[in-house]
Design a protein around this ligand. Sequence first.
Ligand SMILES: [Mg+2]
Length: 275
Amino acid sequence: MKKIHGMTRIFLACASVLMMQLLMAQDTAKLQSCESVIKEYPVLWQQQAAEYRALCYQAFNIALLRISQIPKEKFKKERLAIITDLDETILDNSYSEAQLIKEGKQHSAQSWKGWTDKSAATAVPGAVEFLQMARKKGIAIFYISNRDTASVPSTLINLKKLKLPDAAETHMLFLSNTSSKEARRQLVMKKYNVVMLLGDNLNDFMRVFEQKPITERFGETNKVKNEWGKKFIVLPNATYGEWENAIYDYGRNLTADQRAEMRREKLKGYAELNK
Ligand SMILES: [Mg+2]
């Protein structure tokens, strides 16, 4: 009898440890699915808000206005170029994010490759028409993207499907050794007068924004405030980007808990109104 009682105690102890582990695993899963769920609103905004579409048209209308203001003489004397980012500037990848939310999964190199291999991104509203028009005017288009160089072939298929101009490997400068786009911009600038840059991320425009804390990103944005809507054309992206990395102070191996805490810290309520 005594022996049975002892075994029961062992069994109960094991069961409670297992229960604890189960609860902890559930918590982690809950937090992880929370992380994909926080993307639900911005992804819905990109896919379902006509306001997002209007903002994109607005950006490309301004871009077209700016290139129509370039004096004809300049076209005769110089080789002109536009540098543009691809993801969420020209290509709409919201389907990849939406799929992750539906499946309760996190973004990963593998999930991204699975998406880009499909060559199925649609165009950001107004992007194709604008770039075709710019090419017609005699401006060369260069696609500087932080997609991996291994994804050049699948991306090229995607660009051709969308009838984007200058869809050729020589016009696609993808990520090889550094995420900074500065060296690749310089390569284009050696041969061309770059009249415009387009992007959804401040790092698509100038090196000064790279790895900067939030307040400095604001400061650098203010310093060149006359360039927005002129030489620099920004597309909206509320789902991801360097702004998001800045919220996490560029921390890489943060837990879901730590990330949640950092997001909460950055929210400004009444008390932080004037800080
Ligand atoms: Mg982008």
